[in-house]
Write a protein that binds this ligand. Structure first.
Ligand code: SF4
Length: 686
C-alpha cells in the first residue's frame, strides 16, 4: 500500500514514518496530510526516544518536501558543467540515454563506473538496496563509504569487537557523563534530554570539545582541548586511574586483554605531559580523572567529530578502554556509547546482493579521496580512469574534503555524471542528468539507528511530488534498460522493508506502531562477552599489530599540528552549523535565515592580532585554497583555533566556495576516513 490518494476536501489524516537523516536519534515521525499535501511533520509521542519532539530542522520537513525549488522532472544538461543549465526531459528518454552511456563504458570495463553515495538517507531500502543490486550486477567499482564514521567504527571493532555501546536511555541514571566530541544540543538532542534528566538527579556533566558549543556552555564543566589531542587526554586519565588505583582489577583480569602493556603506556602519560599537548590545565585533567575513577556509574557519550583527525582511530581506542579499566560496563548506566549500529542484524547481503558480482572482484574507491581519484589516469595500480559517477544520497561537491580538487574532477567534460536529487545542489550543477528523487514523505523505508536500539518503519505519506521516483524505482528502471532480468529487480519496496530484518522484528508491529525495539541486553558487557577475537576488551589488538601498527592505543599527532607551519598558525575545525545537517537543509529558507550566512568563529586574541572586527568579511586560507566568510569574535573559539561552521552549499556562500576548500584528502590512522578537523589555516581581514 502506498500513499493514500488525495481527495479534495477529505479530512486530514496522519502517517507514521522515520527521520532519514544522519543523526543518532532516528526519530519517529507523524506526518499530517491534507488534500495530498504534507502540512505538518511532528515527533511521534508514542516513541520513547522521540517523545513527540523533533529538532528544528526536521520540524520543517513539510517545507522542505514542498519546496518550490524541488527537482520535479528529469533534467539534461545544456550548458557547460557547473553552470546549472538544464532542460527537462522525459523519464524514458533520460533512462535510455543513461543506460546507453553506462552500457558502452561497461563494455570496456564496468569498473570505470563509480557509485557515490552516503547517508543523505539512512534508510536501508532507499540507501543501498536496489542501488547495491544494480551496481553489483553491473560490476561497477565498489565505494568505501568512509566520510563520516570510519575511524571510530574501526576503532570500536578493534577494541570492543563491534559498534556496540550503552543503551542510550540508561544515561538518565548515570552519575557522571562525559560528553566527548559531541554538541548534543545541536546533533543528538534526545540524548541531551536524558543527560538533563540525569543532572536533575544529581549527575555531573562534563563536555570535552575544542569548541565552546551550546552543549559545553550548559555542562558543569568544559574541557576545551586542542583538536586532535583526545587520545593524550584519555591516556593521562588512565595514568591517574593507575597511580591512584581507581581500577576494577577483577573486571580487568576477567574481561580484558593487554592490561600490563596498556599500564606501561598509560604511565608514560602523566597529566603534565598531556596538559602540554592538549592545552588544558594539569589540575583539570587530574580532576576529570578523579571524577571518572570515583563516580559511579560513569558514562561516556562519544561522538564522531573527534575522530576526524589523523589519530582519530587511536583516540577512539584509547577512550573505549576507559570503561573496562574502571569496570563501568558492569552497570547499565555505565560504559560508553559511540554507536549501537552493530546491534542491528540488518540483512544487507539480502538487500544489496553482492552475489550478483559472481566471480568479479571490482576495485574499491575511497569516497574521501574522490577529488584526487576523479583526476587520476588509468594505471595498473589504480585500474581504469573513472568515466562515470552516479551520485545518490550525497552532495560531494559540498561535503567531500579539498573541494577545489573535487570540483576539478567533476568538471571533467569526459566524465559522465548522473545525480539523483531533491534539489539542484552544487553536485547537481555538474551532472549530465539530474533525476528527481522522492523525499522520506513519499516512499517506503526501514531504519535501524546508531543512537538507540529501535527499528523504525517509514510509510509514504503523500504521492511523489511531480515526476519524482524513489531511488529504488530509478535503479529498477535503469536495470531494465540495461537488460537485467534477474528477479531481484522486481522486488517492491514494501517487500524490501520486510527483507531488511526478516523475522528479527515483528513487521506487523512496525506497520501498526511505526517502531519496534530490538531485544538487546541492558548492559552489553557487564559479563564481558566482547565480540573481539579474544572475547575480551582488547587494550592490545593483535589484529592491528599484525598489520604493522601499534597494538596499543597512543596519541598520534595531527598531520597539521599547530606550530608546524609558520604560514598557517591557526587550527581550524568545521563542525555543523546548528540548523544544518551536513549539507542538507541549507536551502530551506527558514533555516538558512536563522543561520544567516557562512561564519568563522575566532577568539578575541586571534582577531585582535589580525585587525579583525566582529562581522567583518575575512579570507580563510591555506595551500589548498581560500574561503571568504564573516568573522564572529567569540569565546566559542579557543585561542589558536578557529571554527568554520559548515556545511554551506558552495553556491550559497560568498565567492562560491565553502569551508571544504581548505580541508585535506589525507586519511585517518584507522578506517581510511577523512581528517576534516586536522587543518591549519590563517585568516586575513578583507
Ligand atoms: S535530525 Fe535527528 S533530532 Fe532531528 S528529527 Fe532527525 S533524528 Fe530527530
Amino acid at each position: 500500500m502506498g500513499a493514500r490518494e488525495a481527495h479534495p476536501g477529505a479530512a486530514p489524516f496522519t502517517v507514521r514514518g522515520a527521520c532519514p537523516h544522519d543523526c543518532p536519534d532516528t526519530c519517529a515521525l507523524v506526518t499530517t496530510v491534507k488534500d495530498g499535501i504534507a502540512t505538518e511533520v511532528r515527533g511521534n509521542p508514542a516513541h520513547p526516544m522521540t517523545a513527540g519532539v523533533l529538532c528544528t530542522k526536521v520540524s520543517r520537513y513539510a517545507e522542505r518536501t514542498h519546496h518550490p525549488e524541488r527537482v520535479v522532472k528529469p533534467l539534461r544538461r545544456t550548458g557547460p558543467k557547473g553552470a546549472g543549465h538544464f532542460e527537462p526531459v522525459g523519464w524514458d528518454e533520460a533512462l535510455s540515454e543513461i543506460a546507453a552511456r553506462l552500457g558502452a563504458i561497461a563494455a570496456r570495463d564496468p569498473q570505470a563506473i563509480l557509485p557515490y553515495s552516503y547517508a543523505g538517507t539512512m534508510g536501508l531500502v532507499q540507501g543501498e538496496a536496489m542501488a547495491g543490486r544494480f551496481f553489483h550486477r553491473l560490476g561497477a567499482s565498489l565505494l568505501d563509504r568512509t566520510i563520516c564514521a570510519a575511524a571510530g567504527g574501526e576503532a570500536l571493532v578493534h577494541t570492543l569487537g563491534a559498534k556496540v555501546g550503552m543503551r542510550v536511555e540508561f544515561f538518565a541514571e548515570s552519575r557522571l557523563i562525559l560528553i566527548w566530541g559531541s554538541n548534543s544540543i545541536a546533533s543528538n538532542l534526545h540524548f541531551w534530554r536524558l543527560a538533563q534528566q540525569a543532572r536533575r538527579a544529581g549527575a555531573r556533566l562534563v563536555c570535552i570539545d575544542p569548541r565552546r558549543t551550546e552543549t559545553a556552555e550548559k555542562c558543569d564543566e568544559h574541557v576545551q582541548l586542542q583538536p586532535g589531542t583526545d587520545a593524550a587526554l584519555a591516556l593521562a586519565m588512565m595514568h591517574e586511574l593507575v597511580v591512584n588505583d581507581w581500577l576494577d582489577h577483577d573486571y580487568i583480569a576477567r574481561h580484558t586483554l593487554g592490561w600490563e602493556a596498556l599500564r606501561e603506556r598509560a604511565l608514560q602519560w602523566p597529566p603534565e605531559r598531556a596538559a602540554a599537548v592538549c592545552g588544558v590545565p594539569v589540575s583539570q585533567i587530574r580532576e576529570l580523572a578523579r571524577n571518572y575513577g570515583t563516580m559511579s556509574p560513569a558514562a561516556i557519550r562519544l561522538n564522531y567529530g573527534m575522530q576526524r583527525v589523523r589519530g582519530g582511530g587511536n583516540a577512539v581506542r584509547a577512550i573505549a578502554c576507559l570503561p573496562a579499566l574502571t569496570g563501568a560496563w558492569r552497570h547499565r548506566a555505565g560504559g560508553l556509547l559511540l554507536s549501537n549500529s552493530g546491534r542491528f542484524p540488518a540483512r544487507r547481503e539480502a538487500l544489496q546482493r553482492p552475489d550478483l558480482l559472481g566471480e568479479r572482484r571490482p576495485r574499491t574507491i575511497n569516497m574521501s579521496t574522490i577529488g584526487d581519484d576523479l583526476l587520476r589516469s588509468a594505471s595498473p595500480a589504480f585500474g581504469p580512469r573513472i568515466e562515470a559517477v552516479i551520485v545518490y544520497n550525497s552532495n560531494p561537491l559540498a561535503v567531500a574534503p579539498d573541494s577545489g580538487r573535487v570540483v576539478q574532477g567533476f568538471a571533467r567534460e569526459d566524465l559522465f555524471t548522473v545525480v539523483l536529487e531533491h534539489f539542484q545542489t552544487d553536485t547537481a550543477d555538474y551532472a549530465d542528468y539530474v533525476l528527481p528523487a522522492t523525499t522520506q514523505l513519499e516512499h517506503w523505508d526501514i531504519h535501524g539507528a546508531y543512537g538507540h536500539t529501535d527499528v523504525l518503519l517509514n510509510r509514504p505519506a503523500i504521492a511523489p511530488v511531480g515526476e519524482a521516483l524513489p531511488n529504488t524505482e530509478i535503479f529498477r528502471r535503469l536495470a531494465s534498460r540495461m537488460g537485467y532480468t534477474d528477479p531481484c529487480f522486481s522486488e517492491d519496496d514494501e517487500s524490501l522493508c520486510r527483507t531488511a530484518f526478516a523475522d528479527v522484528v515483528d513487521f506487523e508491529r512496525l506497520l501498526a506502531d511505526g517502531f519496534a525495539p530490538l531485544p538487546v541486553h541492558e548492559a552489553p558487557f557487564a559479563q564481558g562477552g566482547f565480540s573481539t577475537p579474544s572475547g575480551r576488551c582488547e587494550f592490545f589488538s593483535e589484529r592491528l599489530a599484525r598489520r604493522g601498527m601499534d597494538g596499543l592505543p597512543d596519541h598520534v599527532p595531527n598531520y597539521e599540528t599547530p606550530g608546524s607551519d609558520t604560514r598557517y598558525p591557526l587550527a581550524m575545525i568545521s563542525p555543523p552549523a546548528r540548523h544544518f545537517l551536513n549539507s542538507s537543509f541549507v536551502n530551506v529558507k527558514s533555516l538558512r535565515d536563522i543561520e544567516g550566512e557562512p561564519v568563522l568563529e575566532i577568539s578575541a586574541q586571534d582577531a585582535a592580532t589580525r585587525g579583525i572586527t566582529s562581522g567583518r568579511v575575512v579570507r580563510v586560507f591555506n595551500d589548498r585554497g581560500d574561503y571568504h566568510c564573516k568573522a564572529i569574535i567569540s569565546d566559542r573559539a579557543r585561542p589558536g583555533v578557529v571554527n568554520g561552521l559548515g556545511i554551506w552549499w558552495r553556491k550559497l556562500g560568498p565567492r562560491g566556495t565553502n569551508v571544504n576548500e581548505l580541508t585535506s584528502q589525507k586519511l585517518t590512522d584507522l578506517g581510511r576516513g577523512p581528517v576534516f578537523y586536522d587543518c591549519l589555516v590563517d585568516v586575513q581581514a578583507l
